[in-house]
Design a protein around this ligand. Structure first.
Ligand code: SAM
Length: 248
């Protein structure tokens, strides 16, 4: 885990919120417990998952996010949701207080030992830990090339595109076996926004300004050349992994 990259997103909070896709609705439904469940959105960012949860019917959602700028956008865009400053390693909630802890595109930035212990502490027995990653589907060649322009395929990437991908929790973490599932979806986006979205990734956000500008130039050129339509149909994957908290 690279701390500079983990905390880089706030510099582009508005663009992040405008350009990044929400998780596939079926993926959210897979993780959401029944009506009235208390749900923690951990590492909630600007609230892409928070909004998807409320749209799916969740009525008791608390969002925890360490970055002031990301949290500010979330609070503005999700006015009915309780929003707290905090981290996955020090969750500002009481023991056994929620039925679900959901983490979208953020688990790989957490300290896995401390975060697993904290999630185990705040979840009620039988509660669900749900991890999601939503990202450009590299199965299409133009997308794979765009990802390469932004250097997205090193640290910080989603665990895998395979339906049977594995998330390893630390030994002794109080969870049953993991259940992975992959959902594919697509979003129509303006060509300029597809290129600009690359700039909301930590691998690009942490580059010096001149290198960032060069990535942006190459991304725009690539999208115009490789796709040639506007708007562009952009394929995404939401990879979901869930495990239930054991009792005791
Ligand atoms: C890629 S963004 C994902 C945001 C949001 N969940 C989403 O799906 O759009 C990663 C988020 O994790 C947050 N983050 C980084 N380290 C964290 C930590 N140790 N505990 C909680 N959140 C963290 C960042 O501030 C950022 O908002």
């Amino acid at each position: 885990m690279n701390p500079d990259r983990a905390r880089s997103f706030g510099a582009a909070a508005d663009d992040y919120d405008r350009l990044r896709p929400a998780p596939a609705p079926e993926a959210v439904r897979r993780l959401l417990p029944g009506p009235g469940a208390a749900v923690l959105d951990l590492g909630a960012g600007t609230g892409l998952l928070t909004r998807a949860l409320t749209a799916a019917g969740a009525t008791d959602v608390v969002a925890v996010e360490p970055d002031d700028a990301m949290r500010g956008v979330l609070a503005t865009r999700s006015p009915g949701v309780r929003v707290l400053a905090g981290t996955a390693e020090d969750v500002p909630l009481p023991d056994a207080s929620v039925d679900a802890v959901l983490v979208a595109s953020a688990w790989h930035w957490f300290d896995p030992d401390r975060a697993s212990a904290e999630v185990g502490r705040v979840l009620r027995p039988g509660g669900v830990l749900g991890l999601l990653w939503t990202y450009w589907d590299p199965a299409q060649e133009w997308v794979a090339e765009l990802r390469a322009i932004g250097g997205l395929d090193d640290q910080g990437r989603a665990p895998a595109v395979d339906a049977d991908f594995v998330v390893d929790l630390p030994e002794g973490a109080p969870f049953g076996p993991g259940e992975p599932q992959v959902f594919r979806h697509a979003v129509w986006m303006a060509a300029a926004d597809v290129a600009a979205m690359l700039g909301t990734h930590s691998a690009v956000l942490t580059l010096p300004a001149d290198e960032r500008a060069e990535v942006d130039r190459r991304a725009r050129e690539h999208v115009a050349r490789a796709v040639g339509t506007d708007p562009v149909r952009v394929p995404f994957v939401t990879a979901v992994w869930r495990a239930f908290r054991t009792s005791g």
